[in-house]
Design a protein around this ligand. Structure first.
Ligand code: 5AD
Ligand code: FES
Length: 348
């Protein structure tokens, strides 16, 4: 799809027309990644962060927030639990925490690969090339680093102190190092236009991303972007962060990148607690990331308000998600659920 078509879909309001988009995305999803929904256990290992991202509730300037860093025995316990649940992947996520020393992740990844069959996804922010290489050599399989928006001016304005190029460079390095690479955006950032989002979707394709995470921007009162309206220049051009808009971006991303793993994100589940995940799964998504963080910590991983699953335990989320997946006639994936490239399977 060219830029004009993408933008036209993003602006589409007619529900009969949108029905066609949903059907096409679901068809592409079924045809290219099948009916299985892969589960990735999300472990939020630390809420310390040295960055000032203007949208994020755990930014460094947030002095009132109690900070935590999980200990190695706590992490191991959660990993045993997610293995028992039958998940194929653990996602280790944290803010850009300088207290997480590279060797501790290296040791942890080595332990996970030596003691479980799990695929390991890291989501630990922008890190130097040498560190990313060490973690890859220890056995890490995938890395998530959302670009949030590919518009340079907008990205620079929401990420003070770290230029556009550094995130782009990190993504390039990750793929050169052999990681499966995930990125993605928030939809509805103040100042984000339809054209920008259309370009983001083209960028997903150009980057040949293995994983694409898309969620609504949810304003957090303790961040500079709490006062969202002050930054919006033109109402006509501003993309909203509604559920339908996010689902349009998911559907168009699925059509643009048929083989990618696309999660039904927690942020989306947070703006529609009843059916947010099911809807995303029916509009192109094929992955869910159940939270396995201990209850005492998950409440402190306060990146946006109203986060789904904040007062649940890993057990509760596990049964809840299984039920939701089965309720829409999909099955639970087994194994690591890595991205399968059509090209490589043709060569086999
Ligand atoms: N609203 C929605 N998503 C957010 N994230 C961070 N802050 C917010 C917010 N206010 C998302 C970012 C980040 C991911 C871990 O959480 O996209 O990459
Ligand atoms: Fe956590 Fe439903 S997934 S409560």
């Amino acid at each position: 799809m060219d830029l004009f078509e993408l933008e036209t879909w993003l602006r589409e309001k007619n529900s009969a027309q949108l029905e066609k988009l949903w059907r096409q995305a679901d068809h592409v999803r079924a045809h290219s990644v099948g009916n299985a929904v892969h589960l990735r256990g999300l472990l939020e290992i630390s809420n310390h962060c040295s960055r000032e991202c203007q949208y994020c509730g755990i930014h460094v300037g947030r002095k009132d927030l109690e900070r935590y860093r999980m200990t190695r025995p706590e992490i191991e316990q959660c990993i045993h639990q997610l293995v028992d649940f039958g998940y194929g992947t653990v996602v280790l996520q944290a803010g850009e925490d300088p207290g997480i020393i590279p060797s501790s992740i290296e040791d942890l990844v080595t332990w996970i690969k030596g003691n479980t069959y799990l695929a390991v996804t890291l989501s630990l922010g922008e890190r130097p090339l040498e560190v990313l290489r060490r973690w890859k050599q220890a056995g890490a399989d995938r890395y998530l680093l959302r670009i949030e928006t590919t518009d340079q001016a907008l990205l620079d304005s929401i990420h003070p102190g770290r230029p556009y190029g550094s995130r782009m460079d990190t993504l390039d390095r990750l793929s050169q190092l052999g990681y499966e690479v995930g990125s993605g955006i928030m939809v509805g950032i103040p100042g984000q236009t339809y054209e920008m989002v259309a370009k983001d979707i083209q960028w997903f394709k150009d980057m040949d991303l293995d994983m694409i995470g898309i969620g609504p921007f949810i304003p957090h009162k303790d961040t500079p972007l709490s006062d969202t309206l002050s930054r919006v220049t033109s109402k006509k051009e501003q993309v909203s962060g509604t559920e339908t808009m996010v689902n349009k971006v998911i559907a168009l991303s699925r059509i643009a990148c048929p083989e990618a793993n696309i999660p039904a994100t927690t942020a989306l589940a947070s703006i529609n607690t009843k059916f947010g995940r099911e809807k995303a799964l029916s509009h192109g998504a094929n992955v869910v990331m159940p939270n396995v963080t201990p209850k005492v910590y998950r409440v402190l991983y306060d990146i946006y308000p109203g986060k789904a699953c904040i007062s649940e335990t890993a057990d509760v989320c596990h049964s809840c998600i299984k039920k939701r997946i089965r309720s829409i006639g999909r099955e639970i994936g087994s194994g690591p659920g890595s991205r399968k490239k059509v090209i490589s399977s043709n060569l086999n």
